[in-house]
Design a protein around this ligand. Structure first.
Ligand SMILES: *Cc1c(COP(=O)(O)O)cnc(C)c1O
Length: 384
């Protein structure tokens, strides 16, 4: 379905009226096994750890959105990451961006280092740091852009070309942007990873993950991990994710418009210090974001002028519409405090050195009316 636009693919790709009933929506095939007419004679489905028709529809849909031949769905975003790591060998080396999703960092350092993989974490805004970290054992360059929570922008095309030159696979975690805003495979990446829990699902009601790629050897290795390790999503979860994806483009437009207006409001507010949003001309990654993204997304962070923990807590306890919670990418607005929530396990000194100040506040801007969101923020800011 490559000839269609993303908006059309989101609604149609992978979804055909059910052959047995004509049901327009893909049924939830709640079954663990499939009847065979004779031993080995079946309709392409044998056992649901390996395949399930609802999952197949989701996988074909995700592949189309990312411009990939193949999508492989997992039970969560971290399960997808886990499957890539399991495909490596002890001694292999991975170069990852330094401000990585916390759960990815935890999986790398607390699980896979024990199994003999080694990791270098570098600031990928500086390409020479990637070149300097390369070793003969480097197998993967792991990119996340925009990053969390400082919303930095990394140059996918430039990093992918380092991978190509050195025959190293480049993985882009595209969770924050979604395929509506950027398609890393078209920029040269080997694999795209998603936590479909976030913008793809879009309604904060399902956990899921996926990898999309055109690389035959990775497809084989990842399909093997699906069968061998079994971190697969259930059919109900696949159905919910598919349903969410149908409105991805509409939601992403509104997330981006709302976030840009909120970033501008915060930027001009006397109680607010730094605002981290790539849509602002003052953001260091603005030009790059303009080049590689369709809009600037729904995630932004900011600091209070009075940079204290007490002030940040006061602010976050006074919003009405912005719910204090982890996660992101749903239709509702959320507020998060990295210092005490997502990044609390990092010692304060290291946190501050990395730019994660005590008053740093992250917003996942939802698709409510932007005026209501701004009134909510203004009222919470009046108390700090
Ligand atoms: C949430 C998230 C993950 C992990 O996904 P889960 O579905 O929670 O397992 C990975 N990467 C990024 C950028 C995320 O935001």
């Amino acid at each position: 379905m490559q000839q269609y636009h993303v908006e059309t693919l989101a609604i149609h790709a992978g979804q055909h009226p059910d052959p047995s009933t004509g049901a327009v929506m893909t049924p939830i095939y709640q079954t663990s096994t499939f009847a065979q007419e004779a031993p080995g004679v079946h309709k392409g489905y044998e056992y649901a750890r390996v395949h399930n028709p609802t999952r197949t529809a989701l996988e074909e849909n995700l592949a189309a959105l990312e411009g990939a031949s193949t999508g492989i769905a997992f039970s969560s975003g971290v399960a997808a990451t886990d499957a890539i790591m399991r495909s490596l060998m002890p001694g292999d080396h991975i170069i990852a961006t330094s401000d990585l999703y916390g759960g990815t960092y935890r999986l790398f350092t607390q699980t896979f280092e024990r199994f003999g993989l080694s990791f270098s974490f570098v600031d990928m805004r500086d390409l020479s740091q990637i070149e300097a970290a390369l070793t003969p054992k480097t197998r993967i360059i792991w990119v996340e852009t925009p990053t969390n929570p400082l919303i930095r922008i990394l140059d996918i095309e430039a990093i992918a070309s380092i991978g190509t030159q050195n025959e190293i696979a480049v993985v882009v975690d595209n969770t924050f942007a979604s395929p509506y805003l950027q398609q890393p495979l078209t920029m040269g990446a080997t694999m795209v990873l998603h936590s479909t829990t976030k913008y793809l699902g879009g309604h904060s009601d399902v956990i899921g993950g996926a990898i999309c790629t055109n690389d035959a050897s990775w497809i084989e290795r990842l399909r093997f991990q699906v069968k061998a390790a079994g971190a697969v999503p259930g059919p109900m979860d696949c159905f919910l994710t598919l349903r969410g994806i149908k409105t991805l483009h509409v939601r992403m437009e509104r997330h981006g418009n709302n976030a840009l207006q909120i970033a501008t409001f915060l930027h001009d507010h006397p109680s607010v210090g730094m605002v981290y949003y790539p849509g602002l001309a003052s953001h260091e990654g603005h030009e790059l974001a303009k080049k590689q993204m369709k809009n600037y997304g729904g995630m932004l962070s900011f600091r209070l002028k009075n940079d204290s923990l007490e002030n940040a807590i006061k602010f976050m306890s006074s919003t009405q519409l912005f719910t204090l919670a982890e996660s992101l990418g749903g239709v509702e607005s959320l507020v998060n405090h990295p210092a005490t929530m997502t990044h609390a396990s990092i010692p304060a000194e290291i946190r501050h050195a990395a730019g994660l100040h005590d008053s740093l506040i992250r917003l996942s801007v939802g698709i409510e009316h932007v005026e209501d969101l701004i009134v909510d923020l203004a009222s919470a800011l009046s108390g700090v």
